[in-house]
Design a protein around this ligand. Structure first.
Ligand SMILES: [Zn+2]
Length: 322
């Protein structure tokens, strides 16, 4: 069983309908691969692109309009593929595949905190405060220390508090370090990083510092292991397509996170369909290879069960209670 905290498949289907559907596609995530991978819960992020990342054909649309379109695609695709949406964590108890709705890039609500209630009504379980740009809520991770130190804006703090009231989990992946600290300070419920690795292993601003990993653990949160080549190692590839995502690097990150912050913070957030290169694990039906490698390093099966689904499930349950 597996809960994957992040993929960009809905965005990919929105941006390029030629890719296929959730039933069958050339992408990393489709129904067959999820079933073959024993996936219990697949988080589907509604990722709203900003600035130069907005595709030409969508340039006239507002962030909120794009979010609504992405949501329509999520509804249509999951229905066509026969994948029910998780409304409550208990939905996962029957052991069958569910789609979990999440969002990435807090600019989508255009600074209107009341829209978080709409997201709650859609069944959104996780709200990502920023992507890689400053927005109404805060600042992104950055190699510029001034930006990295910036905390959440007033509206960002309001959003974190409102998420707590609504039972939506706050996602700090992509956020500045200052924003991370504010999110932990102001959150009512668990705070998670859906798809971030360890900065002590690969020194990039998208990864989490040891202190942050420990804070997530203290707050009952998790960090999902991201399979993106650029976060797993320092080697520079000639092109994005040549970059390698290797199991040996994933093992180094997991072992570091495990030793630094303990077994309860481990989780998986593949970032499938948002990452490129030579992926040793190209889809969830191959994640057993990572599990085998971690077992060989001496991580007990009980801990791997927590990493694969137990910890994520605990966070979804805790968010309903807080
Ligand atoms: Zn991301």
């Amino acid at each position: 069983m597996l809960i994957d905290l992040h993929c960009d498949t809905i965005y990919s289907l929105w941006n390029d309908p030629e890719k296929g559907s959730l039933l069958s596609s050339s992408l990393s995530v489709d129904r067959k691969k999820l079933i073959d991978g024993g996936v219990l819960g697949q988080c589907f992020a509604l990722f709203v692109p900003m600035h130069e990342h907005v595709p030409e054909k969508h340039i006239e649309k507002t962030p909120w309009e794009i979010l609504e379109e992405l949501h329509d695609i999520f509804i249509r695709e999951t229905a066509a593929a026969g994948i029910p949406q998780m409304r409550k964590a208990a939905d996962l108890e029957n052991g069958s595949l569910h789609a979990i709705l999440t969002t990435e890039e807090g600019a989508s609500i255009e600074g209107d905190i009341s829209r978080l209630s709409t997201l709650r009504d859609w069944g959104v379980k996780i709200f990502g405060l920023t992507w890689n740009y400053e927005n109404e809520l805060g600042y992104p991770n950055s190699s510029d220390p001034m930006v990295m130190a910036e905390g959440l804006k007033e509206k960002g703090i309001e959003a974190v508090e409102e998420c707590g009231r609504l039972g939506i989990i706050v996602d700090v992946s992509h956020l500045s370090d200052g924003g991370f600290m504010d999110a932990v300070r102001f959150a009512h419920g668990p705070v998670i990083a859906t798809h971030s690795d360890a900065r002590a292993v690969t020194d990039v601003s998208r990864n989490l510092a040891d202190e942050e990993l420990r804070l997530l653990a203290d707050r009952g949160g998790v960090t999902g292991l991201n399979l993106c080549p650029a976060f797993l190692h320092d080697e520079k590839a000639l092109s994005e397509d040549d970059a390698e995502s290797n199991i040996s690097d994933m093992v180094r990150h997991v072992m570091h996170i495990y030793r630094t912050a303990g077994e309860d913070v481990l989780a998986i957030g593949t970032d499938f369909d948002g990452i490129y290169g030579r992926l040793e694990i190209p889809s969830s039906d191959k994640l057993f290879l990572l599990r085998d490698a971690l077992g060989k390093e001496g991580i007990p099966e009980s801990v791997l069960d927590k990493m694969w689904y137990g910890n994520a499930l605990r966070v979804f349950r805790d968010a309903e209670r807080s």
